[in-house]
Design a protein around this ligand. Structure first.
Ligand code: MLT
Length: 411
């Protein structure tokens, strides 16, 4: 007998989308060493950490080097100084009351959105928007919830909710009952968002159908319009049906520093096979205390500094900077007759590829002829075919240069 692999992994597409893009770009760069490639693919930030954050980070590192202030293992759920700050500064202003033990600090919304499915039974039906952040789908494939992939690029056991220009990127409620619904708002990849009214329909659906919404709010800091919620808990009753994921990556430049958090309200429950009710907060706590040892002390001190007046001022400037880039991308693409969506409440611009060109063909055209890297929409799901994602996270100079190069292409 030999060791057997988890065969669910064989159901995955061979490469994670961003790894595949890196592979192609590296190959291109090797063959074209002089090309000045501008990366607008993966949503990685370019602005440095705010000074207030760096100062706090630095002093916390120094504390770690002194006997009197050295910190060993911290709480798996995160230090209360950060959890309390989150409650005060992120949620109170929205009229949302949470308690410290409903907040779980982690190193990534990516990890949390991938891991959360572990606390749910394998028989649950999951629904995802299409296109979608691939982590939600792949983590469920790995767990064995997807069944095989069909010819149309969709997994048999997953319910897909198409979001295209035809429906204004607003997913329809599922036609058949589903248990777990992943919503990312503002959306990655389409850069679009749902209004309070639209999101309320999902809360009502979840209540009527005993479903749970897994709400990824990693891009909430980019919301500029009043009628778009920043947290799902702004909607009445959401605490009974929704888990929310947030991150310091895209608002405060923590992509290389790593800090995020997940809110699991005490009121949210699910049942076991005998119909007995269990609260998910306890289950997630059990999972985290077993598999996670918390985020490092200096990183949590740094994250707390995001909420200081100086930190808030600096992150506001960065967000405005990226939104300005987004505006430049939107305008430049529209000027050459290309249809674009998103980029108003989001750092992502969802571009309709030119006629007769699929997502990967457009990727190749931009890479080969303009040395610009974006993300083919189809990499986010079959309904992303014919679209292409650009991020506004590069520098202003590179964004302008990239748009100049694209404007010169005959498309
Ligand atoms: C993206 O490009 O979609 C994001 O950077 C991915 C992530 O945050 O993990």
């Amino acid at each position: 007998m030999s060791v057997k692999i988890n065969e669910n992994y064989l159901l995955l597409k061979s490469n994670y989308i961003f790894a595949e893009i890196n592979r192609r770009v590296e190959k291109f760069q090797k063959e074209n060493p002089d090309a000045q490639v501008i990366k607008m693919g993966i949503g990685d930030v370019t602005r440095p950490l705010p000074k207030a954050v760096v100062d706090a980070f630095e002093s916390a590192v120094l504390e770690m080097g002194q006997v009197e202030s050295f910190m060993g293992y911290g709480p798996e759920q995160g230090y209360s100084f950060l959890r309390e700050e989150i409650i005060e500064k992120d949620y109170k202003k929205l009229g949302v009351e949470l308690s410290t033990d409903e907040i779980f600090i982690s190193d990534a919304a990516k990890c949390d959105t991938a891991n959360i499915q572990e606390i749910f039974g394998l028989e649950n039906i999951i629904a995802v928007t299409d296109p979608v952040y691939p982590v939600y789908v792949d983590s469920n494939v790995m767990a064995g919830r997807s069944g095989p992939m069909q010819d149309n690029g969709q997994y048999k056991g997953i319910v897909y909710l198409p979001c295209t220009a035809e429906n204004n990127f607003i997913p329809e409620l599922p036609e058949t009952p589903v248990d777990l619904i992943y919503l990312c708002l503002p959306n990655n990849p389409t850069g679009t968002a749902l209004t309070r009214e639209e999101l309320t329909k999902w809360i009502d659906y979840a209540k009527e159908n005993n479903s749970i919404i897994l709400f990824d709010a990693a891009y909430e800091a980019y919301v500029t319009e009043e009628d778009i919620p920043r947290s799902i808990y702004e909607i009445e009753g959401a605490k009974e049906v929704a888990i929310e994921f947030r991150s310091f990556s895209k608002n405060a430049g923590f992509t290389g520093t790593r800090c995020a958090f997940t809110v699991v309200p005490k009121d949210i429950t699910a049942v076991d096979s005998e119909g007995k009710t269990h609260d998910l907060n306890s289950l997630w706590n059990r999972r985290q205390t077993t598999k996670f040892n918390g985020v490092s002390y200096p990183v949590q001190v740094a994250a707390k500094a995001v909420y200081s007046p100086e930190g808030q001022k600096e992150i506001k400037e960065s967000i405005e900077y990226y939104l300005k880039n987004a505006g430049i991308i939107r305008e430049s693409m529209e000027k050459i007759g290309i249809k674009v969506y998103g980029g108003m409440n989001s750092p992502y611009i969802w571009v309709k590829t030119p006629e007769n060109m699929d997502s990967w063909e457009f990727f190749d055209l931009l890479l080969n002829k303009a040395n610009i890297v974006g993300t083919p929409g189809v990499g986010f799901g079959p309904s992303g075919e014919g679209y292409f994602r650009l991020t506004a996270f590069n520098t202003l100079e590179n964004t302008i240069e990239a748009m100049n190069r694209i404007s010169k292409l005959s498309i």
